[in-house]
Ligand binder design. Structure first.
Ligand code: PEP
Ligand code: MN
Length: 265
């Protein structure tokens, strides 16, 4: 690992400005809906999260849905609403970009570009985000080995951008009780191999609402750099991933319990 190994730096701290950092020995909690559904929806969620002192807002504008008939996201309109919320509530924005042709325009709207699981080995897209001056959150491919994941990160860094956050979001296994099997072993493994911070996504990592808080606590215990959680005021009505989204009350509890674990370690 020429660019993301540990030889140059012990730990890469991702500095998003306004004193918001990932990988600086804090535990970062990122929250927000699976999809941006409307201006009022994202505004309501951002308002709540900022009150809880959450500094990074997630929300999908370009959605990689399994079915072409499912809600595909609001596109640039969604990114615009996210940016408005970021400015209003002083939050940083993370959102997925699907198309290499959108990268240049999207960097005006987001603070972190998310590369989704389905695109972890989309080398055209990886090279494109490697050329811009914007942190990238690289989610693990749902069937990717750790080696493949690290090589994908190396593709980005090779182009000049080593502001990369690795995000474990579960892998496909034979089990079908959960949507994915959340692989928390990656945290100590990756810490030994790379300087990059690692964030856990317990929402996609389990696909089951009631497993999100326990896996968030486990993420803090294993010393991940943070978590990214799907939050919606009315999960039953969410246009995507409602079954794994948690409501405000559950998120209140999750923050409290997870911070308690983090304070112990
Ligand atoms: C997401 O975080 O919105 C998402 C689509 O996740 P993944 O790429 O991990 O499936
Ligand atoms: Mn989702």
């Amino acid at each position: 690992l020429k660019y993301i190994g540990k030889d140059k730096e012990e730990k890469k701290v991702i500095d998003l400005g306004d004193n918001v950092k990932i990988g600086d020995n804090n535990f970062t909690i990122i929250g927000g809906p699976c999809s941006v559904e409307s201006r009022s929806q994202i505004e309501k969620i951002a308002s709540y999260l900022s009150e809880k002192n959450i500094k990074i807002l997630r929300g999908g504008a370009f959605k990689p849905r399994t079915s072409p008939y499912s809600f595909q996201g609001l596109g640039f309109e969604g990114l615009k609403y996210l940016k408005e919320c970021g400015e209003k509530y002083n939050m940083k924005i993370v959102s997925e970009i699907l198309d290499p042709r959108d990268v240049e325009d999207a960097i005006d709207y987001v603070d972190i570009i998310q590369i989704g699981s389905r695109n972890m080995q989309n080398y055209t897209l990886l090279k494109e985000v490697g050329k811009v001056n914007k942190p990238v959150m690289l989610k693990r491919g749902m069937t990717a080995t750790i080696e493949e994941w690290l090589m994908a990160a190396e593709y980005i860094a090779l182009e000049g951008n080593d502001n990369i956050i690795l995000c474990e979001r579960g892998i496909r296994t034979f089990d079908n009780y959960t949507r994915n099997t959340l692989d928390l072993t990656v945290v100590p493994i990756l810490k030994a191999l790379t300087k990059l911070p690692i964030i856990i996504d317990p929402s996609h990592g389990t696909g089951v609402r009631r497993l999100v808080a326990p896996m968030s606590k486990a993420s803090a215990a294993v010393e991940a750099d943070g978590i990214m959680v799907e939050v919606h005021f009315s999960p039953e009505e969410a246009l995507s991933d409602g079954h794994q989204s948690i409501d405000f009350r559950a998120f209140d509890e999750l923050i409290e319990e997870t911070n308690r674990v983090f304070d112990c370690i």
